[in-house]
Design a protein around this ligand. Structure first.
Ligand SMILES: Nc1nc2c(ncn2[C@@H]2O[C@H](COP(=O)(O)OP(=O)(O)O)[C@@H](O)[C@H]2O)c(=O)[nH]1
Ligand SMILES: [Mg+2]
Length: 219
């Protein structure tokens, strides 16, 4: 007799991810999964994007953290609808959590929801959360060896932001090594050199982002 093999968490996760995608397609809302290490600049990038794009798109935010609501309070001060998700120890967000949160938003009033995933380069890459596309961050002080060490993150993302580019002169960070490595495992990846401190590179990124949001809400 054949033995039944069940890939429990992942299979369930994929079902929920597909349901979220269908729901958001119907409502014409784009979901962007933002990933990167703690301190890479996820909240800073979302903040810059809200400031640059809120006249064009109606934006909501889901803040994922193991504990606390610091980032959600920051988003609230920016005047966007926000829900804080605490994973109570889990190192990633699962699709089921996103599905449970969606009723807290008025989806008829939104174009895009940014999800700030839990800060690390490992687990979040393994879980689809119903996103339309992914954005990964790697900041200059983290080092240029991260593509080799954490390939799945760079393989599965649509865009890579090399953040804190204003710090490049202080670190031995070979940006070409990162870009070459990322393109080897993910030829379609788009890479942006960004500083949230000086604003450099942000207009290139927001132009790309705006195009992808339009594409996914009009699909
Ligand atoms: N120099 C510099 N600092 C940055 C930049 N982006 C973010 N930071 C700082 O890095 C720290 C962590 O940023 P945050 O957005 O909270 O990172 P998160 O943990 O990924 O959400 C904060 O002190 C930010 O002010 C940048 O482009 N350049
Ligand atoms: Mg943050």
């Amino acid at each position: 007799m054949e033995i039944k093999v069940v890939h429990q968490i992942m299979e369930w996760n994929e079902d929920h991810s597909d349901e979220i995608k269908a729901k958001l397609r119907e409502k014409r809302v784009c979901l962007v999964n933002i990933m990167g290490s703690p301190g890479a600049g996820k909240t800073s990038v979302i903040t810059s994007v809200i400031k640059a794009m809120s006249d064009k798109f109606k934006i909501g935010v889901i803040e994922g953290d193991i504990a606390g609501r610091i980032d959600a309070e920051h988003m609230k001060r920016l005047g966007v609808p926000v829900v804080q998700l605490n994973t109570d120890g889990a190192c990633h967000i699962e699709a089921m959590s996103i599905e449970n949160i969606l009723p807290d938003f008025d989806l008829d009033e939104l174009d895009v929801i940014f999800v700030e995933n839990i800060g690390n380069l490992v687990c979040p890459a393994e879980f689809n959360i119903g996103e339309s596309f992914r954005v990964a961050l790697l900041s200059i002080p983290e080092g240029d060896d991260k593509v080799e060490k954490y390939p799945l993150m760079f393989q599965t993302t649509d865009a890579l932001i090399l953040n804190k580019y204003d710090m490049i002169e202080y670190f031995d960070f070979d940006a070409e090594r990162v870009i070459r490595g990322a393109k080897e495992i993910n030829p379609d990846i788009d890479v942006f050199k960004v500083s949230n401190k000086t604003g450099a590179g942000l207009s290139e990124f927001t132009a790309w982002l705006g195009g992808r949001i339009e594409e996914s809400i009009n699909a």
